[in-house]
Design a protein around this ligand. Sequence first.
Ligand SMILES: CC(C)(COP(=O)(O)OP(=O)(O)OC[C@H]1O[C@@H](n2cnc3c(N)ncnc32)[C@H](O)[C@@H]1OP(=O)(O)O)[C@@H](O)C(=O)NCCC(=O)NCCS
Length: 324
Amino acid sequence: MVTSFDGGRSVMRRAARVHEDYRGRGIYRRLEQELENYIRDHCPNAQYVSICKNEKDHMFHSRYLAQDFHQVYKREGTQMLVKAANIKSLDSNDHISDHDMIQTRAISADELKLLIRSEEIKKKLFPDNRLLNFYLSYRPMEENVRHLICERGGAFVSLDTDFHNINDVRNRDFQEGNDILPGTHDKYDIKEFSHTPIHVSRPPKGSHSNSQPHQQLLSPETINNVAMVTFYYCYPTAGKPCYFFDAYAKPGLRSPGDHFRSHLRENVLTLRKFFPDQDAVLPLTFDPSIPRDEVMSGLSEVGIVDEKPDAEKWQILYERRQRY
Ligand SMILES: CC(C)(COP(=O)(O)OP(=O)(O)OC[C@H]1O[C@@H](n2cnc3c(N)ncnc32)[C@H](O)[C@@H]1OP(=O)(O)O)[C@@H](O)C(=O)NCCC(=O)NCCS
């Protein structure tokens, strides 16, 4: 199939499948030719054609190079099996750890557009000018927001607030009647504040942001403090439902593992909301600045411990400039 993104400027060739009994007879070669004909005849604005593969499809690498595709981007990841019975309760406030101090919120389509319009933060979060979410390639363009914030998909952000803002946040928390009082932060380990830019306030009990944005977090004032963005997209299948989860972090973030854990919590709550009590498959990708061991320990802390056998570890994007 072909799917178009970037307002029609890019098309993806994807999801090729030939029944096992009919492989090796040239069916895919014929399909590929038909897709190319279709792109030529029906996608007049396409400037780029792309294909996403995993590292196991390396035998196709030379085939695509011969078709003028180039590798333009790759993302590290894995695929986990989520067992509903093993998921830890995420509602408990008994134990407050660093990632509980980070506010992670669902953002609206308008907030994502604001982020995309902000060149400075966009370059930090998406330095390759790419998103590779759910095995699909998007340039960070406003035209793509409708694919990303939709019925079965959304995005979360967390902020990295520098030390100068901490008193503002403390005072705001106090004024808003939250349970963190100025000068009485010891129980939340505020000694870390002088070293750690993360913190912000603990979300009010029971107010998980999952799915529906409930309070605007992004504004022209806060936009450059975005530390991490995660995207999700999910759907039921004939087997287990699939929940795709892709994390982008600002390079040099001092506590990427804590931000990741905070985002993971929101995403697991979202997964449970869509598919209560169901096991699921969780393909995920993460930026190089989020170490794999932090990802795996974060997953394990919420009860996601089973990596899919033969899980793909890389998503690799190839692209070709379209010639007419
Ligand atoms: C990959 C797949 C679509 C190929 O379908 P197919 O009809 O058997 O392929 P064809 O017989 O048309 O072969 C097409 C070309 O691909 C090559 N090819 C086929 N399978 C290949 C593989 N696993 N690795 C490398 N090359 C392969 C063939 O040698 C042939 O090359 P040629 O054109 O230079 O002669 C099929 O094996 C399949 O459905 N696999 C499972 C799903 C999958 O991996 N999809 C691709 C990623 S979305």
